[in-house]
Design a protein around this ligand. Sequence first.
Ligand SMILES: CC(C)(O)[C@@H](O)C(=O)O
Ligand SMILES: [Mg+2]
Length: 555
Amino acid sequence: MRSDSIKVGYEHAPHRALLRATGVTNADMSKPFIAVVNSYVDVVPGHVHLQEFGKLVKDAIRAAGGVPFEFNTIAVDDGIAMGHAGMKFSLPSRELIADSVETMMEAHRFDGMVCIPNCDKVIPGMLMAAMRLDIPAIFVSGGPMAAGRTPDGEALDLISVYEGVGAYQSGKIDADRLKMLEENACPACGSCSGMFTANSMNCLMEALGMALPYNGTALAKTAEREDMAKRAGALIMDLVEKQITPRMIATLDAFDDAFALDMAMGGSTNTVLHGMAVAHEAGIDYPLARLNEISSKVPHLCKVSPSGKWHMEDVHRAGGIPAILNEVHKSTGLIHLDRITVSGKNLREAVEKAEIKDDDVIRRANNAHSASGGLAIVFGNLAPNGGVVKTGGVSPSMRKFTGTAHIYESQDEALAGILAGQLKGGEVVVIRYEGPRGGPGMQEMLSPTSAIMGMGLGEKVALITDGRFSGGTRGACIGHISPEAAARGPIAALKEGDVIDIDLEARSLNVRLSDEEIRQRLVTLPPFEPRTQSKWLRRYTHFVTSADHGAVLED
Ligand SMILES: CC(C)(O)[C@@H](O)C(=O)O
Ligand SMILES: [Mg+2]
């Protein structure tokens, strides 16, 4: 066992002395040492309940013959970090989590790990570490929050409040309504209840094979979720015994299946960024353009908030991720069912018998929202290396749009301008210098996109950025534009009033300028100066790579 290198032999008497002081007994010394990688923090509703949740896992490990050792990662609450300088730290926290899990696992030679993520960056951070280490691992998430309800029963979620801000600013709702939204949108612990980034990633882990069936949809603090924790604590012992490791599970076929699910369920655009980063750590160079090939073959079957009225509890009730995967399998033949998963069984075991129990929530392929998937990658002279859009969240009238550039040099400037009523309609809002290096930290633009929707401008303006979006963003919003402005991508060449053409069917994003004009404009720009005094973020800007490679740090 890996852990023999800290607990076997006379030369490890000091190590054992220390382990005894933590409560390890003589009998424990011959057992596998299992890390419980928790992410309990008080400030995130998706993590506030994970202390007792982690205990369920530890007890199960011990009952199955292992010795559990729990440690914690950080967890950023994107919704609280949103709309101010705090959001610059969100994506970089993913790298801190990956590196800290690697550090703890390597320093203490654990034999396996049960990872307990839930919200946005914690899932990819832990998954990146699991792929990097390639030591037996299983994931069990903290679970989604239930949807909120207005006093008359209308479903609410965090995005209702974000869009409420724009509606209040433009006089569409009063202060009492905004207060009601604030008080009712998030009823309890769990990851915010729509198909936002946390739930998207927790669902993708089922398709990847790194989490048990229903990991993405069984609500937090339910008997079903707690049973999943207990099963994960027992299953890690089998994975260690059989030496089934993450890279044996998360193969290229597994990533293809995860992105096929993403297309069918209309996941957050962040799944593209994080999926590329996790694949990179698994040693797989996943080409961004491959997503369009998958999107063209996989129907969009499920519209969950912000793209529709359903929430995770509805998806669970309707059959969950296994039911979506089964419908994709039956209608496209694309899903690789005979792949091993952390359950010790093949994907087929959970998927083939799964039925759709409510075909309003999970549509059948012959009645899909669209024949192509809910995400797309656009290319063109503004995005030579790609841009990402959640097509499932774009209204039909905005899938083809031409507008004049209204340029903001930062998210803060854009939010202030939008809320001050600067937009009239017919514009393409350009928010630049918010890429991985330029921001730095590639902020999510939920505040500006929600303000646009809340002010009723969603059918009148589009928005493009080298930053990224929240899973709660909807509308004609294209993000992750690569190369970013700080890397002198063409988005840096744009001037106020330039005419921009967006065509989602053609997967294109272009400005009506010649290549020579773009080149001329770029060479006149001054050298880029990092825009942060933060020591950590300054270091981050030196190592971060482009969004089309997952914005990972250079190896
Ligand atoms: C605040 C949210 C909804 O978590 C957002 O940050 C996301 O990425 O979905
Ligand atoms: Mg987020």
